[in-house]
Design a binder for this molecule. Structure first.
Ligand code: FPP
Length: 243
């Protein structure tokens, strides 16, 4: 859902509660400059930090960034390593965000990640769990289909153990078994770089999401672009299946 905005906008602007961002176009940004792709990811990581902070300033309550998908393992090893290194660097620097009272959460199958990363993720989540200015969610080794399969497995396990029956299976039960558990559905999905698809991102949670596409490549995406996306969202007429 949406709430009236903070200081940046006037009260007529409805700020989305939960924004999802597909950080696309890093590779092309680097290629245009004759640089290896990993330089694009490095710039993309800088943009991620700036946009996360600005989201809080705009009064967004939840923002989820798609950092690494279950399909991204298909990329060359040095590119995968570069993204994982950027992620680890972020985990080490996340204290900056903690000073800002931002809760950090991770979604995705973390069992595939290096143990040291898993430990750091757990620590960051624990240390920031009571912060309430905004929830920053990082999707890492995340896939929407994988998330649903994981939820179904957990429900079937409970059913096999006699804890659940067929009648207990409702939308809210499934929702409670997703990686996003207590995080509300996504209201607005932003995808830069000219691509117009969901790419397995929050497929359950995006049932009624609005979309904002722009040709700008992610490393060039600015605070003004985020404001533009929010203003566009604010003008949409959402009916959730009603009239
Ligand atoms: C998509 O662009 C981007 C990714 C697969 C990786 C995104 C990762 C980061 C921005 C940095 C790491 C994250 C954190 C948390 C610091 P692309 O490579 O598919 O771009 P292209 O379509 O132009 O090739």
């Amino acid at each position: 859902m949406a709430k009236k905005s903070g200081k940046v906008f006037d009260d007529s602007v409805l700020v989305p509660t939960h924004v999802g961002v597909i950080m696309d176009g890093n590779g092309r940004w680097a290629k245009k400059r004759g640089l290896p792709r990993k330089f694009g990811h490095r710039e993309g990581a800088k943009t991620f930090r700036a946009i996360a902070r600005h989201a809080k300033a705009l009064g967004i309550s939840y923002i989820t960034f798609y950092a690494f998908s279950t399909e991204n393992w298909k990329r060359p090893k040095d590119e995968v390593d570069a993204i994982m290194d950027l992620f680890e660097k972020y985990l080490d620097e996340v204290r900056d965000f903690m000073d800002e009272n931002i809760r950090v959460r991770f979604i995705g199958d973390r069992t595939m990640l290096k143990p040291v990363l898993q430990q750091k993720m757990k620590k960051v989540e624990e240390d920031s769990k009571d912060f309430d200015s905004m929830t920053l969610v990082l999707a890492i080794n995340y896939g929407g289909r994988d998330e649903i399969a994981h939820a179904v497995k957990s429900i079937v396990t409970d059913a096999e153990n006699g804890k659940l029956s067929c009648d207990d299976v409702t939308e809210s039960l499934i929702q409670s078994r997703l990686y996003t558990e207590e995080i509300p559905d996504v209201d607005l999905i932003i995808r830069p770089s000219g691509e117009q698809r969901l790419s397995n991102f929050l497929i359950w949670q995006a049932a009624y999401a609005e979309y904002y596409f722009t040709n700008i490549l992610w490393p060039d995406f600015s605070k003004k672009d985020l404001e533009k996306a929010v203003l566009t969202f604010s003008e949409r007429n959402r009916r959730f299946g009603g009239i």
